[in-house]
Design a protein around this ligand. Structure first.
Ligand SMILES: Cc1cc2nc3c(=O)[nH]c(=O)nc-3n(C[C@H](O)[C@H](O)[C@H](O)COP(=O)(O)OP(=O)(O)OC[C@H]3O[C@@H](n4cnc5c(N)ncnc54)[C@H](O)[C@@H]3O)c2cc1C
Length: 469
C-alpha cells in the first residue's frame, strides 16, 4: 500500500558527500529537512563503508558531516523513481527496501524545495572482449572491495584513464590482490599545461602521491600511454592484450599479452541525471564531454526550487561535491553564500577541468573499434550496425541511429552504450559529439526499477491532475 509520508521544507536526494553537506547545511536554517538515499548507509561512493568503519579507522570528514545532521530526517533504502510537481510542491515516489525490484513498500515524500545530489556511475566504452565475464568497471571493483571487503579476483589488471585508477589499484594491492599492471591511457606530463590548477590543489596531489607510493612499494607496474585493446579468454577473461598509445591516443606500439583473471576498466564517470531531467532541468556538456545539469553559481538549476550538487553538475570528486552541497544548502534556505566558499568552488572546479583535459578518452577506442564488437549489450547491436545506420541509411544524429539500429532500447536504456553510440555517430558524421547526441540516451521516465504493482498504486494515489502520468 502506498503511504504518504510527512512533508518537508527541503528534501535532499543522495546521501553521498554532496547530499550530506547539503542536508547538514540546510538544517542549520531551522526548517524541516529530509535526506533520502537508496543505500542502507549514508556516504555515497566516496565514503562507502565509512558508516560501519571500526573505531581505529573512522573517516574524520564523514563523521564530522554526520555529526551535523541532528534534526535531519534520514530515509535510507528509499529509491526515488519519480518526481512530480503537485500544485507547486514536489512529490517524490519511492520504493523502500534493499532491492527495488522486490520492494513491497511504496512511500511518497513531499517537500517545497529539492536538492538533487544523485552522483554518477562508471562511464563504459566497448572494446573487443569487454563482454567477457571478469571484465568489470573500476568503480564496480572498488565498490565490491569498499562495501563488502570482496576482491573481484586474484590477479587484476587496472586500466583506463584518470586519477581514479590509483585508489582502485592501491586498494586492491593493500587488500592482497596481485595487480600485474596499472595502464593509464594518458600521460601525467599533461599537467604541465595546468600549473595554476595543480598548485591550488595540494591535498589532491598529496592523495595521489600516497596511492602512487603504495604501488611503488609493492612494485606494481604503472604504465602511462598504455591501454587494453582486447580482453581474451575461453568463457571468461584470462588475459588482456595491451598496446602503447601515442600522444593522440592511437595505438603506436607492439601488442603484448598480460595474464589476469579480472580486468578493472575505468573511463571516468557519467552523471546520474534521471531525476533532474524528469523535473525538466536543462543540461549541458561537461568538461569531460559527458552530459551534466546546468546550474548557476548558487547550484540552482533552471527549474524553480530545484538545486543540484556534486557529480550531476560535472564530474569533480568528493571535495568539490561537499562544497557544492554546502552552497546548495545555503542557497535553498535563502542564506548568503560566503565569498570564500565560491572561491573554493572555483579552485576545485578548475582542478577538475584540468584533470579532464589531461585524461581524455583515447581516440583508438572509437576510431579503431572493430565492426564486429558489440556496442549495445542489451539489444546486441554491433559497432558495424551503428556505422551502417550512419553510412548506409543516412542517420546523422543519435536519435535516428537509435531508431534504426536499436542501441539504447534495451534494459539499461542507454546507460551503458549511450556515450559510445554518441561518439561513434559523431565520428561517422565527421564532427564532435553534440548535446542532443547525449540527451537522446539520458532521459528515462523512471529513475529506479519499480514493480508494476507499486507503480499502479502510486498512480492511483496521485491526485486527479497527475493521474494520467
Ligand atoms: C562505483 C563508484 C565508485 C567510486 N569510488 C570512489 C572512490 O573510492 N574514491 C573517490 O575519490 N571517488 C570515487 N568515486 C567517484 C565519486 O563519484 C565521487 O568521488 C563522490 O562520491 C561524489 O559524491 P556525490 O555526493 O556527488 O555522489 P555519490 O557519492 O555518488 O552519492 C550519490 C548518492 O545518491 C544516491 N542516489 C542516486 N540516485 C538515487 C535515487 N534515485 N534514489 C535514492 N538515492 C539515489 C546514491 O545511492 C548515492 O548514495 C566513485 C564513483 C563510482 C560511480
Amino acid at each position: 500500500m502506498n503511504s504518504i509520508a510527512e512533508s518537508y521544507d527541503v528534501i535532499v536526494v543522495g546521501a553521498g558527500p554532496a547530499g550530506l553537506a547539503a542536508a547538514a547545511t540546510a538544517v542549520q536554517a531551522g526548517g524541516s529537512v529530509a535526506l533520502i538515499d537508496a543505500g542502507a548507509e549514508s556516504g555515497g561512493q566516496y565514503w562507502r563503508g565509512a558508516a560501519g568503519a571500526a573505531p581505529g579507522s573512522r573517516v574524520r570528514a564523514y563523521d564530522a558531516l554526520v555529526a551535523e545532521l541532528a534534526g535531519v530526517t534520514q530515509l535510507p533504502l528509499h529509491w526515488v523513481h519519480t518526481i512530480t510537481n503537485e500544485s507547486g510542491r514536489w512529490r517524490l515516489d519511492c520504493t523502500v527496501g534493499p532491492e527495488p525490484r522486490a520492494a513491497h513498500t511504496a512511500v511518497s515524500v513531499h517537500g517545497s524545495r529539492l536538492i538533487l545530489a544523485t552522483g554518477a556511475y562508471d562511464r563504459q566504452l566497448p572494446f573487443p572482449g569487454w563482454d567477457l565475464p571478469g571484465v568489470l568497471t573500476a568503480g564496480g571493483v572498488q565498490a565490491l572491495l569498499k562495501g563488502h571487503g570482496v576482491l573481484a579476483g586474484r590477479s587484476i589488471v587496472v586500466a583506463g584513464t584518470g586519477p581514479f585508477l590509483l585508489p582502485v589499484a592501491a586498494g586492491l594491492v593493500k587488500a592482497g590482490a596481485q595487480v600485474p599492471a596499472v595502464l593509464e591511457a594518458n600521460s601525467p606530463m599533461g599537467f604541465a599545461a595546468h600549473p595554476r590548477a595543480v598548485l591550488a590543489s595540494g591535498r589532491k596531489v598529496a592523495e595521489a602521491a600516497r596511492y602512487a607510493g603504495v604501488l611503488a612499494r609493492s612494485r606494481t607496474p604503472y604504465r602511462h600511454r598504455h591501454a587494453v585493446v582486447e580482453a581474451i579468454g575461453d568463457g571468461r577473461v584470462e588475459a588482456v592484450r595491451v598496446a602503447r598509445l601515442d600522444s593522440s591516443g592511437r595505438v603506436a606500439g607492439p601488442v603484448r599479452t598480460v595474464a589476469c583473471d579480472v580486468l578493472a576498466v575505468g573511463w571516468g564517470f557519467t552523471a546520474q541525471l534521471e531525476l533532474l531531467l524528469q523535473v525538466g532541468c536543462g543540461s549541458t556538456l561537461g568538461a569531460d564531454g559527458g552530459l551534466v545539469v546546468a546550474v548557476d553559481r548558487d547550484q540552482h538549476t533552471d527549474v524553480g526550487n530545484v538545486w543540484a550538487a556534486g557529480e550531476p553538475t560535472g564530474i569533480g570528486g568528493s571535495d568539490l561535491a561537499v562544497v557544492e552541497g554546502r552552497i546548495a544548502g545555503l542557497a535553498a534556505t535563502g542564506r548568503a553564500v560566503p565569498a570564500e566558499l565560491y572561491a573554493r568552488h572555483r579552485r576545485l572546479r578548475r582542478f577538475a577541468d584540468a584533470l579532464h583535459a589531461v585524461h581524455p578518452v583515447p581516440a583508438f577506442l572509437i576510431n579503431d573499434l572493430p565492426d564486429s564488437t558489440t556496442v549495445c549489450r542489451c539489444e546486441e547491436v554491433t559497432a558495424g550496425s551503428v556505422r551502417e545506420a550512419a553510412n548506409e541509411f543516412g542517420a546523422t544524429d543519435t536519435r535516428t541511429v537509435k531508431l534504426l539500429a536499436r542501441t539504447g532500447m534495451g534494459w539499461c536504456q542507454g546507460r551503458v552504450c549511450g556515450y559510445a553510440t554518441a561518439q561513434l555517430t559523431a565520428a561517422e558524421a565527421g564532427r564532435s559529439v553534440r548535446l542532443a547526441d547525449l540527451q537522446t540516451f539520458a532521459e528515462r521516465p523512471l529513475a529506479a526499477p519499480v514493480p508494476l504493482r507499486v507503480l499502479a498504486e502510486s498512480t492511483e494515489s496521485a491526485p486527479e491532475e497527475n493521474s494520467g502520468g
